[in-house]
Design a binder for this molecule. Structure first.
Ligand code: H79
Length: 446
């Protein structure tokens, strides 16, 4: 499938996301809590495989981390005053959306509010927002519009914890400070009110990407209620597992039997092979989530390997950039993203709209499949001899190198034996397509 064909199935503009209904109800669980509805439709998101995460806010003026520098590297009073100088006059949402498009990404997730509590849209429920900065423009509006113009699905990151809000019990980081008169019921009403603003004025949104759920004031009951609330405002919205308490740790998987929203969220690591439950690794292009001057940037090799390893494990990659306080994305980072897009122009058929497997990931690389084709992403060839993989329960009728070149695949008792002459191998990832005599989707992983 060509990239443009994948994009055609994404719910680009208007109605696409809003119309899908609630598919059903989850099986009853212990206790008397009402059943939580199952996700309506994750297929556009799974098929896109790659998205852009954007961490941005007044903290970019300091170049420290958005998630934990308030009250650590930056004193609270100073941190909370940064917004008064936030004036990113070179911000052009169309540049960001075009960059996401050029990078081969299908969706974009913006930090509408991080743990520091600052809101990138003019909220009717707080003055700690973009409207009270010198910049004043509605960043969420401009980016949501620009994304839709580019066929990129716009999505919102939203932190459950809010270390500045007086009703949220804890201050930063990690709850070391406590506020004098917190009120979680009132805070939850604030959270819901802001999500209503986002869903009703900027929607339909592709995903609500919650975070900060691990802190003690947030409960399973509040989480499941918030999930139902968001889905009631927009039945088609996809919600990650950080909405409630089911996530286990930074591996991001959901505890057995626990409620985990619609998908798992490994952080700063590639998820394990997990075809039975959707997942998405969020990983930074540099080291920090928010912009930091001269931050160490990943190589193209690392980025592509990370992407295909996610796809081979049947997951997505949400690759993060932190724009500068000027409103621009660093040129070197933009270049790297466009390099990924250019790699995908040639190899996208082995990534977009595929599922992971049937070969389990190994030292050699990883595999994906779609329809009657299996794709091998060979990241490391054996020092000597051919690559030998387990046997396939179907006949291979053709083998080739994606992007051009001969490949040979033979099937015997030894398994699936794959040979590509050194001159036809690629530096980052040699992608082979094996065409089968029937659908690849029914093959058991091995
Ligand atoms: O938004 C991004 C991060 O800001 C957010 N999740 C992703 C998507 C996140 N916030 N907190 N965490 C992740 C957990 C971070 C924990 C630690 Fe730390 C950061 C452990 C070590 C560094 C804070 C600072 C606690 C100890 C040092």
């Amino acid at each position: 499938m060509k990239r443009r064909d994948v994009l055609r199935i994404l719910p680009a503009a208007a109605g696409g996301l809003a119309v899908a209904g609630v598919a059903g109800a989850s099986p009853a669980r212990a206790g008397s809590r009402p059943a939580v509805p199952l996700p309506a439709d994750l297929s556009w998101w799974r098929d896109a495989r790659l998205g852009m995460f954007v961490h941005w806010g007044p903290v970019s003026l300091r170049g420290t981390e958005i998630g934990w520098s308030r009250g650590r590297e930056v004193p609270v009073e100073e941190y909370d005053a940064l917004y008064r100088r936030f004036d990113p006059s070179f911000f052009d949402a169309r540049d960001w959306a075009r960059l996401a498009k050029d990078a081969g990404m299908g969706y974009l997730v913006l930090t509408t509010k991080h743990h520091d509590g600052f809101c990138l849209w003019p909220s009717g429920l707080t003055d700690y927002d973009i409207a009270t900065t010198p910049f004043r423009r509605d960043v969420v509006r401009e980016l949501a519009d620009a994304c839709r113009d580019q066929g990129i699905v716009f999505c919102a990151y939203h932190s459950i914890c809010d270390w500045r809000h007086p009703d949220y019990p804890l201050g930063s980081p990690g709850g070391k400070t406590r506020k004098p008169a917190p009120d979680m019921d009132r805070y939850t009403a604030y959270l819901k009110g802001q999500l209503a603003e986002l869903l009703q004025s900027y929607g339909p949104l592709g995903i609500l990407w919650f975070d900060g759920e691990w802190e003690e004031p947030w409960t399973e009951e509040r989480g499941e209620d918030l999930y139902r609330y968001c889905r009631s405002l927009q039945p088609s919205v996809i919600v990650n597992n950080r909405v409630a308490k089911g996530r286990q740790d930074m591996a991001g998987t959901t505890a057995a039997g626990a409620f985990g929203g619609d998908y798992d969220t490994p952080e700063q690591r590639v998820g394990r092979f997990q075809p039975d439950r959707p997942w998405e690794s969020c990983i930074t292009l540099c080291e920090q989530w928010a912009w930091k001057p001269d931050d160490a940037m990943k190589t193209l090799d690392e980025c592509v390997r990370t992407l295909v390893t996610c796809a081979g494990g049947d997951g997505n990659l949400l690759l993060n950039v932190g724009p500068m306080p000027t409103g621009e994305i660093e040129a070197r980072q933009a270049d790297r993203l466009r390099e990924i897009g250019s790699w995908l122009k040639t190899h996208g058929e082995a990534v977009y709209a595929t599922r992971g497997g049937p070969f389990l990931p190994g030292e050699w690389g990883t595999s994906t499949h779609r329809e009657r084709s299996v794709y091998l992403h060979v990241l490391r060839w054996p020092a000597q001899g051919p690559l030998v993989l387990p046997a396939l329960e179907r006949r291979i009728v053709a083998a080739s190198v994606v992007g051009g070149g001969r490949a040979e695949a033979t099937q015997s008792a030894a398994g699936t034996v794959v040979r590509v002459a050194p001159e036809n191998r690629r530096p980052i990832d040699t992608v082979l397509r094996l065409d089968l005599d029937g659908p690849a989707g029914t093959l058991a992983p091995r």
